[in-house]
Design a protein around this ligand. Sequence first.
Ligand SMILES: C[S@@+](CC[C@H](N)C(=O)[O-])C[C@H]1O[C@@H](n2cnc3c(N)ncnc32)[C@H](O)[C@@H]1O
Length: 514
Amino acid sequence: MNPCHICQTETKNSCSNCKQVFYCSAEHQKKDWKEHKKNCHPFKIAVNNELGRHLVATRTIKPFEIVLKETPLFRGPSQLTAPVCLGCLNAIDPQDYKNCEKCGWPLCGDECVYKAEHIYECELTAARGKPANVQEFTNPHPLYQCLSTARCLMLRDKDMERWKKINELESLEDQRRGSMQWKADYESVCKFILKFFNTKLFSEDEIMRIIGILQINGHEVPTSDPPHVALFYKASFLEHSCTPNLAKSFNKDGNLILWAPKEIKKGSHLSICYSDAVWSTGDRQRHLMQTKIFKCQCPRCLDVTEYGTNYCALKCEKDSCRGLMLPASLNDWHKEWTCMECKSQVDKVYVNNILERAGSDINAMEKTKENCLKYLQHYGKWLPGNHYYMCEVKLYLVQQLGKQVNELMVLSAEELNMKLEYGKELVELYEKLAPCEVRMLGTLCFEVHSAIAENTRRISLQTSLSPKELLEESLLYVEKAVGYLQYESDIFVEGHILKQAKINRDALKMVMRM
Ligand SMILES: C[S@@+](CC[C@H](N)C(=O)[O-])C[C@H]1O[C@@H](n2cnc3c(N)ncnc32)[C@H](O)[C@@H]1O
């Protein structure tokens, strides 16, 4: 029993969405709804020593349910960017832009001059008495490195409520202080702000704290081109996992949508991936340590085989052995690797040589069908089929084969089969390893569906029958594609795939009813 939020009468009845606030009657619940809905979510904030604040589900969350939809608390240009319009945050067209009359920063045009967020750096720049002078538009521009920090600092005197919330977020000041990144930020952002804006408004500590908050909590938002950075208040309490349980989508206004691709049980921690779930363990861990200052101990990082997928393994160096080599234990990625079959060992130099060559060859390679096939054949000597580099190349192949309109119809039987087999293989692998990489999974499922549909068409031309199992399989993959992409906006290519997937799904259902 708990007290009713309105009248304190003891009651068992809680809000069915968040399970955290109690009401003795429907009437009292209705009375409180306007206030309560702002904080009514199926999670609560918890704290422990290892994670700090984190979010825990207060009830079981159903597949595809939206767990949190949030508008940005703050948005601004990325730290490393070519000049962008400070109104809409899209790239400046060097042939068609306008300098703000008050501060000199380039903007797209009149419609962007009065966008609310620009007033912050506009005022700060106008106060220095000399307009900003941006002439070069194609490369990352040093002036822009300091802009988000400066814009955010201005909230202190302009928007107390937002400033207070931003300052509640983690800055990891002590862990960051003195690191290489901290020193670089001190020179290129902190000292630069004080000098460029010729201001004494902010202390060095205040500036370094805001830099930390932006680094630890910032999200890259792809709704502008190039993407911009934004802070979201409640989403900032989410912990990281390399196999998270929440997917992240953005609507066209840059609002964040966090949703559950699979059921999440009551009491589970909610997580997103701060890094890239398709990267190798070494790369993810390095990235997390450099940018978010912690060593990931998620179940995937604590299992060298990554749930038996052997995503980072190498083939045994001995031709006579079919085993796979991995570090002997978790913290030994940088020591010897051992074959799990014959127990022979190789040193890190051997491992690095293979990985460095395989990595630089992918980067340098033009991603044509022929090159991808050559790569798979060549590196198949050292890398197993599930290796992350092999998967990257298979992903290119699946997308390349039948990319143009009607090209699918002229693929050879062998090519069509390759698209199908690699596509299915990748869906199975990434559903295990990266179930929240929904854009990649949705696109892959759509490719597999298209390949099965084409196969079905070829078979039915020969037999005048459409094999039922193939139609069912094609429907299964197109339904998966719709599920994974359902929150994608039509400003993204994935939003267009979603539209087509829905059309194909409905058409398939009709054919199957006939
Ligand atoms: C965006 S904040 C998350 C909220 C933060 N715990 C707080 O109290 O505000 C990111 C920071 O939380 C901590 N953190 C998040 N996920 C973690 C994890 N899986 N393991 C260890 N620390 C984690 C790290 O310090 C990380 O830099």
